[in-house]
Design a protein around this ligand. Structure first.
Ligand SMILES: [Zn+2]
Ligand SMILES: [Zn+2]
Ligand SMILES: [Zn+2]
Length: 766
């Protein structure tokens, strides 16, 4: 070899980590290498992929430059490390067999909604997969929900039992095919098939189960439909009777149902949509998007009673598309197949057993769902897409942390639970696990923990949990042996989650507003202003304490909180105030509540902002009793939307020791006056929202004066209230704070496992 040749030819080895398996990455690299005229190879490794390219140095550089820019849409590269290597005698670029060495760091891709190419084939009568409900390719299809273990290949998924036919196998082996190494590749001849079961689980004689199911839906039946991460209960969303039947059977009172529509244009007919919400709805994650409904929208009233918003999403599996194509309906209710608050059913037999009496028929198939995964929920607020529930489509994509921390398992809270495992600088949140208060939920929790640890090949020796001694997740953590436990205060976790996803380090002013969180003084916190970093926090301010008469009962009956505030500010003779809402309360119940507070029985102290919302909602006569969590607060927010008032009720700020206490006496003085003067609920509610935003900024300002801190993190379930979030952000910006809020993980308790994890990692790691 001459000197000149040696300088011109180069070989590089490039290790790539991230989501590079199951996204069509290898065929892409194969094509790119050929386009650049390079030889070499690519192989899946447990760490991701390893690429070797060889050719003219300039061509190698060109390849390296184009690689990260042109990757397939769902690729997520976290590490891309090229290094020089020795030249090899070779004449072509090839795809080498998977290697099992190196640490298992490859990430499983989330489930991906069916792509345009597959949809075209699905609807093409000349295609061999015409109307085949399991069509997929390397760019789309099930991933997380069918995967038992890593590395991701067919043998470790629930596709293992289906042996590919010759035609599918040929695609699978052809690097030029869209189905090259598409692990769930299948067709009518070799893949999963559909079936229709009657209400009692007996197989029905239906030549075309999907058409038959569509016919049933059209007639007003409730059909359980097996989807990607679990069963949905479906019915025609424009059929009032069908929706009423579903609601009654599911024992779900008033809590809104999500609806699926054929196209984004249909969603725009039912709801007000801007470009950003269209984009979110159309994204490959296909979340349910919360949108303001149009008044004239022809959707059954029972879908979202009294609610101004609709949760709308698009078909994401070929099966959904075929359902819409086969039936004459514009919108389907698609709600999780479960009894309220239990986990979603995934197994055919399990579905028939658990959804017994709820569904008139079951549209099933024989591809097993390995991982339960609910639909994700998103919306646009403060100009940003936000995740209210981060589940199907997003899991298991990690949240990137600013720096590496020790491996930690964080077990989350009690309601809307998620768990989180940190490996290196990546935080992996589980799918939405939900409420742990029932046995099914608790089992799902254990399953989620185990699965996450298995696919990440890590079993952390540090476990972070909430301080609440009675949470199931706390008890579970305390039963582990040979691990280090780190208890994390609930609102500190909220603030840390917000810091982590915004890549903040050092101290911030953290505002965490929610319903309930165990405080370090044993009280129930929920209106907290903290000075916090990843290690610790100081409680710099909070809403003043009031009794929570009856504990959990007060959460279900907001009128109790109204009474609690009235007693605090005006004494126990609340009747003399002559407020209309009192007329609707059973006087025996009222006197029990009054006695409870007087004798301090079952009336823990709380600084909860959620409960303050409840009190105001009850006082103005909106709602004395709720049917689901946060219902009163949601209705109060919706009412405020009808007012443009910029006025705000006054609130107090008093320094107790080093802590600012936010007092509500002036707020209630003015509020009662407004009620007596019959000011509209809209205006009262708006003035209440404005009052909160202003007092929060006032508090932050006092803390800034003392500490010099200028960054504010907003977290906690109350910031799911768009009006409160946007008003607070506007007020903060007005006074030149840097404001951060949630876009990546939920502001509610679905996000706290992330906060727990980063706090524990920082505390133990020093
Ligand atoms: Zn596809
Ligand atoms: Zn086949
Ligand atoms: Zn919370």
């Amino acid at each position: 070899m001459t000197e000149t040749v040696r300088t011109r030819v180069a070989r590089k080895v490039i290790d790539v980590a991230g989501i590079v398996q199951g996204v069509g990455f290898r065929p892409f690299v194969y094509r790119l290498a050929n386009e650049c005229g390079l030889t070499g190879l690519i192989a899946n490794t447990p760490a991701g992929v390893s690429i070797e390219v060889q050719g003219e140095a300039e061509a190698v550089e060109r390849f390296l430059e184009r690689l990260p820019k042109e990757v397939p849409p769902r690729t997520k590269i976290t590490v891309l490390a090229p290094r020089e290597a020795e030249l090899q005698p070779e004449t072509e670029f090839r795809i080498a067999p998977s290697r099992m060495d190196a640490a298992a760091r490859a990430l499983i891709s989330p489930d991906v909604s069916v792509c345009e190419d597959c949809l075209r084939e699905l609807m093409n009568p000349r295609d061999r997969r015409f109307r085949y409900p399991f069509i997929n390719c390397t760019n789309c299809g099930p991933r997380f929900t069918i995967t038992r273990d890593i590395p991701y290949d067919r043998a470790r998924t629930s596709m293992a039992k289906f042996k590919m036919c010759a035609a599918c196998q040929a695609e699978y082996e052809n690097p030029a095919s869209r189905r090259f190494h598409a692990q769930p590749n299948a067709c009518w001849d070799c893949g999963p098939q559909m079936g229709l079961l009657a209400a009692d689980g007996a197989l029905m004689d239906a030549a075309e189960p999907i058409r038959e199911a569509a016919r049933l839906l059209q007639q007003g039946s409730v059909v359980a439909v097996k989807g990607l991460g679990g069963f949905h209960l479906a019915c025609d969303a424009q059929n009032e009777k069908a929706v009423g039947k579903l609601r009654e059977r599911k024992k779900r009172v008033e809590k809104p149902f999500a609806i699926m529509v054929r196209r984004v244009e249909d969603a725009a007919r039912f709801c007000v949509m801007d470009e950003l919400s269209k984009k979110v709805m159309n994204s490959f994650e296909r979340p349910i998007v919360l949108l303001p409904r149009r008044q004239e929208a022809r959707i059954a009233g029972g879908v979202a009673p009294g609610n101004r918003y609709l949760g709308v999403f698009l078909p994401y599996t070929p099966l959904h598309h075929l359902l819409f194509q086969s039936g004459k309906f514009e919108a389907l209710v698609m709600t999780s197949g479960n009894l309220s608050e239990e986990p979603i059913a995934i197994d055919n037999e399990e579905a028939v057993r658990r959804l017994n009496g709820m569904a008139d028929a079951f549209l099933v198939h024989d591809r097993e769902i390995v991982r339960r995964c609910d639909d994700s929920v998103a919306r646009v607020a403060a100009g940003q897409p936000q995740k209210l529930r981060r589940s199907r489509g997003f899991v298991p994509v990690p949240v990137q942390l600013e720096k590496e921390i020790l491996p930690v398992l964080a077990v989350g809270g009690e309601l809307k639970n998620t768990v989180c495992v940190v490996r290196g600088s990546e935080a992996f949140l589980s799918q939405h696990v939900g409420d742990l208060e029932n046995l099914e939920g608790y089992r799902f929790f254990e399953e989620a923990v185990q699965h996450l640890q298995r696919i990440l090949q890590t079993e952390p020796k540090v476990i972070a949990h909430d301080l609440h001694p009675d949470y199931f997740s706390t008890k579970w953590a305390q039963e582990r042996t040979g691990v280090e436990l780190v208890g994390v205060q609930h609102h500190h976790a909220h603030v840390a989650a917000c810091m982590a996803e915004n890549h903040l380090d050092g101290k911030v002013i953290g505002i965490a507003l929610d319903g309930t969180g165990y405080g370090t003084d044993g009280a129930i916190w929920g209106g907290e202003v903290l000075v916090a970093d990843y290690v610790g926090f100081e409680r710099a301010g909070h809403f003043e304490y009031v009794p929570l008469p009856g504990g959990a009962a007060a959460i279900h009956e907001p009128w109790r909180m109204a009474v609690s505030y009235l007693v605090k500010h005006y004494g126990k003779n609340v009747k003399k105030l002559g407020l209309p809402f009192l007329a609707e309360i059973d006087s025996r119940k009222l006197s029990v509540v009054l006695q409870m507070m007087e004798r301090e029985i079952n009336s823990p102290r709380t600084s909860s902002c959620g409960r303050l919302f409840d009190a105001v909602a009850a006082l103005v006569g909106l709602r004395g009793v709720v049917n689901f969590e946060a219902q009163a607060a949601i209705e109060l927010e919706m009412a405020a939307r009808d007012s443009e008032s910029e006025a705000a009720y006054p609130m107090d700020l008093n320094l107790h020791g080093a802590t600012w206490q936010i007092g509500t006496k002036p707020l209630f003085d003015w509020l009662l006056k407004d009620i007596r003067q019959q000011t509209s609920v809209a205006e009262i509610s708006r003035k209440f929202h404005n009052a909160l935003a202003i007092v929060l900024v006032d508090t932050a300002e006092r803390i800034r004066d003392r500490t010099g801190l200028n960054r504010v993190c907003l977290s906690g379930g109350c910031f799911l209230n768009t009006l409160l979030l946007e008003t607070t952000i506007a007020e903060m910006k007005e006074r030149v704070f840097q404001v951060y809020f949630h876009t990546e993980v939920p502001a509610g308790d679905g996000g706290i496992s992330l906060g727990q994890a980063v706090i524990a990692g920082s505390r133990v790691g020093g």
